[in-house]
Design a binder for this molecule. Structure first.
Ligand code: G3P
Ligand code: CA
Length: 254
């Protein structure tokens, strides 16, 4: 991730400024807009399915209410996850993987963030690797050739992935420069650090410090053009944005 001149663009929850987040339409648009990567959050349903969902509940993003992990996939499918006038179904990780693997124009990377790592510690990562293995993605030949990158704010989740899939690239997400500049990324063998743009505005030196340790930087969520420029100047490898089309255009034309 460090060998490139301009950051590569990751569609955060799909092209989520234009389309409802984590829906098939949001990811299809991101691919059409030239995104280099797709970001998604995954949660377990009550019947052990992995769905693309940020929140603990479906209240904000659907016509229903309830806790994802207390509902079956069939129950979750009863609700609409689209924007007004654009109905959309809940998206499973399997469906997202099918879309990404079918997209042959450019080999996009999938940045998969595991949620609820404490309550379901171990189970989410095991399910994720099982799902990835269906597509031949669980055991990459090397980190740089992997089509998947696994991310978490929880060092314990990163450690579990490292133990089960040693060559799987990982991003240790964090909110502070103290944490991301400390020993945690090294301890869990993360291949990249994932600071927020707020952190990088104050602590741009994190990028060089990570690079010196052989780690790339993935920055979220970079929606302002001046922040995209900052990431380019700092040498950030990947920027996650809700505006992948606009961001890609900015980076290839400037
Ligand atoms: O891409 C990382 C970023 O998504 C982490 O924050 O809350 O949007 O999952 P969140
Ligand atoms: Ca996320």
């Amino acid at each position: 991730m460090t060998e490139i001149d301009v950051p590569r663009v990751v569609a955060h929850r799909g092209s989520s400024a234009a389309k409802a987040e984590h829906t098939l339409g949001a990811y299809e648009l991101a691919l059409q807009e030239g995104a280099d990567g797709l970001e998604c959050d995954i949660r377990l349903t009550r019947d052990g399915q992995l769905v693309c969902m940020h929140d603990r509940t479906i209240d904000r993003t659907s016509t229903g209410t309830g806790v994802v992990s207390e509902m079956t996939l069939d129950e979750l499918k009863q609700f609409d996850y689209g924007k007004p006038g654009e109905p959309a179904e809940i998206l499973t990780l399997r469906e997202l993987l099918e879309l990404a693997m079918d997209w042959t124009s450019v080999p996009v990377k999938l940045f998969i963030e595991t949620k609820h790592p404490v309550r379901y510690g171990g189970l989410v990562e095991a399910k994720l690797l099982a799902e990835l293995s269906r597509f031949g993605l669980a055991t990459p030949a090397s980190a740089s050739f992997s089509r998947v990158v696994v991310m978490s704010f929880a060092a314990s989740a990163m450690w579990r992935i490292r133990r089960s899939a040693p060559l799987m690239p990982t991003v240790l997400l964090g909110e502070t420069s103290r944490y991301l500049g400390g020993a945690a990324a090294h301890t869990v063998g993360a291949t990249a650090i994932g600071p927020s743009i707020m952190t990088l505005r104050e602590h741009g030196d994190l990028v060089d410090r990570a690079a010196a340790a052989g780690r790339a930087t993935y920055c979220w969520t970079v929606d302002e053009p001046r922040d995209v420029e900052l990431c380019r100047e700092l040498g950030v490898g990947w920027v996650a944005t809700n505006h992948p089309g606009r961001t890609k255009l900015q980076l290839v034309t400037a």
